[in-house]
Design a protein around this ligand. Sequence first.
Ligand code: HEM
Length: 436
Amino acid sequence: MSATIENHWLFGYFKPFVSHRVETLRHISTLGDVTRFRLLMGVNYMVSDPQLIAQVLLDPENIFIKNRGFWSRFDDIFGQGLVISEGTIWKKHRKLMAPAFQSKTVQTYFSQMISEVDQYVCTWRTGECISVHQSMMEITLNVLNACLFNVEFADVKKQIVECIKQLESQFSLRVVRPFGFQSKWPSKINKDYWAALTKLETIVKQFINNVRAKNDDKTLLDKLVNARDEGSGGLDDNEIRDELITLILAGHDTTSITVSWALYLLSQHPHLIATLRMEWSTLDPQNLDYNSLVKLPLTRGVLRETLRLYPPAYIIGREPLVDTQIGGVKIPKSFAVVISPYAMGRDERFYKEPEKFIPQRWNEEFEKTLPRFAFIPFGGGKRTCIGEHFAMAEAAILLWRIIGKYDIEYTDNKPLQPAPVMTLTPAPFNLKVHAV
Ligand code: HEM
């Protein structure tokens, strides 16, 4: 691994970071518990020890905020949405949105989730090659809409997918551009980006208007809109726009990536499919609760092992508001602190044979000994993922309904590789499905 990953005297780790992003993160993580590294002129500190990660994410002194250097490149998309915002705006919005993501509320989405998944996958024919990530993106968007927004979606779904693809195709470029102002030039590539964002904003604003006209109070989107109409403490239209775009982007891509990787990994381990089917044999779709599906040992193990090997959010970034120390290393104010769920998930100190897909490792005994912050696909502390229960329920349902109905065959002769952008996307791949 380290043979190709070199720290250049001038560029630092910039070149390998562009060409082998996750391997570079992993390499840096092996250099120490807190490692100073450079990407061009930008100095960063990678934290790779669970206790020190806890110090940053739990942040008892309230000194860390989201990394502005990174997120400022995307504030035209996310605005003041929950993934970026800080302080009172973040607190107010998190409080407003949290009830829609509690496990008991997620329980009420189950029948809609199952119905959306079934409607989509029942159209697959034996022998058909499914473009997996694309299909998972479409299903997770349908589920998100059915459970959280409930707006007329069919006509605009294709446009939303196209806008997201256009935006995502440029995320990587935006991250590695040395200067933020390069994203403001009126070049063709930037104009395409702005056009996609304007289109997405128009669709989202139409959703908000339609919801306001309906005057319901059932979904999360109804509640966000009504909060504004209740006057004080509510959200204005721009705030609702920011949260809606944040939920669309943060809420479908991550889960679709997880399920895509899980299906690929299962296609490489067919013996697990038989055991999963046995585990699911007594489930009743009409009468199911969160624990009876998501906590089934192998189902849970497959999801955790997939998230360990391929955490969609493979980097978590923070910056301190004041000069501080982590593990005895001085971190100057405003410098980037980097935590990598990918590198932690493959750390040999905590995981034997870290490259291997072994869902059975997730047993009680192993989890008792695993430090809490050695497994952080959903982050941790106050900024922990709001959608964790939603995502786990949806991913478990997707696996159950797909693997329950179809045998899957990976037809490419090369192992699937990650093609990381903002998230740890797999390279495009197909699975051939055969009805069971
Ligand atoms: C497997 C699926 C998912 C993974 C791996 C994941 C991962 C993460 C991680 C690591 C963070 C914390 C980032 C940080 O600390 O800087 C986060 C935050 C967030 N996630 Fe997720 N996520 C997933 C699914 C979802 C879903 C389904 C939704 C919504 C429907 C969602 C919405 C959010 C939001 C709004 C935040 C920001 C929370 C805050 O700062 O208060 N995520 N996610």
